[in-house]
Ligand binder design. Sequence first.
Ligand SMILES: Cc1ncc(C[n+]2csc(CCOP(=O)(O)OP(=O)(O)O)c2C)c(N)n1
Ligand code: SF4
Ligand SMILES: [Mg+2]
Length: 311
Amino acid sequence: MSAFNAIDTDREIEQEEFTPEIEPQATWCPGCGDFGVLKALKGAATELGLDPEEILLVTGIGCSGKLSSYFESYGFHSIHGRSLPVARAAKLANPELTVLAAGGDGDGYGIGGNHFMHTARENHDMTYIVFNNEIFGLTKGQTSPTSPKGHKSKTQPQGSAKDPLRPLSMSLSAGASYVARTAAVNPNQAKEILVEAIQHDGFSHVDFLTQCPTWNKDAKQYVPYIDIQQNDEYDFDVTERREAAEAMYETESALWEGKVLTGRYYQEDGRRTYHEEKMQQDSMPESPIAEQYFDDDHEWKRSYDLLDAHR
Ligand SMILES: Cc1ncc(C[n+]2csc(CCOP(=O)(O)OP(=O)(O)O)c2C)c(N)n1
Ligand code: SF4
Ligand SMILES: [Mg+2]
């Protein structure tokens, strides 16, 4: 049993429990890569023996943001680019929750880029899935931070004049302790990577290539793809930061040329999470803040009391 609530964690979980046959049914377009994320996440959660009630999924705004409506768990459909601060607060208040955050490339690498950078730096223990379709899908195909240079859209009819952002390299330099890229067209690898990412203690970032056949027709469907762990040409040590950085750089450049590389890039074990750092400093309460809400005798500190302590 979980220490926090009365969930029977020994119960056998069926994959279908994560997508019960109730409204709303997913409204993504036929062929959309977002279905692949839902499938992989369902498979990963089942393989990890997680109960829907042990998971919180926080999403941003976009086609990707609908994931929290279709995946059965605790969910929070937040605002554009703000899934990570919500997820961080929830994880700190209730550390036993498995916290997932998800959103699009526009959501996470554009408007929410600052939150991404600092959540990685602080090594919050959660998994961040970025649906990377290289455009703004929900708002009808505008250029996003990952759109390739020259990509034409309604906002950039002459073609984008910008070099795209490098999400894996950015994540590594910001401080993420697990970094991977997978694709909706590779469901087995996607599930395995999500299992690893969720199991990892620290901030896991999964850049998930999700094709948008409706608004990004000139983009590849991310096939054929190469799994770098299955290919001798890409032999490197994922625990070595410099080797990982080189592999990431090559992978990002290759995608712009239409070559799809996927796999695990970086894994750093043993680094303290933000919560652990705060416990170490003695600046977190012993029992989870979330539990205090159920304790009628708990004496809440007011913010002005805390101010007094600093005078
Ligand atoms: C503050 C704010 N600015 C702009 C929007 C409009 N908007 C909604 S979704 C979106 C982009 C979504 O693109 P992405 O994050 O890549 O998600 P996708 O739809 O491709 O999954 C934008 C600009 C908004 N909802 N809120
Ligand atoms: S617009 Fe694109 S990203 Fe959105 S549901 Fe349709 S195919 Fe998927
Ligand atoms: Mg997008």
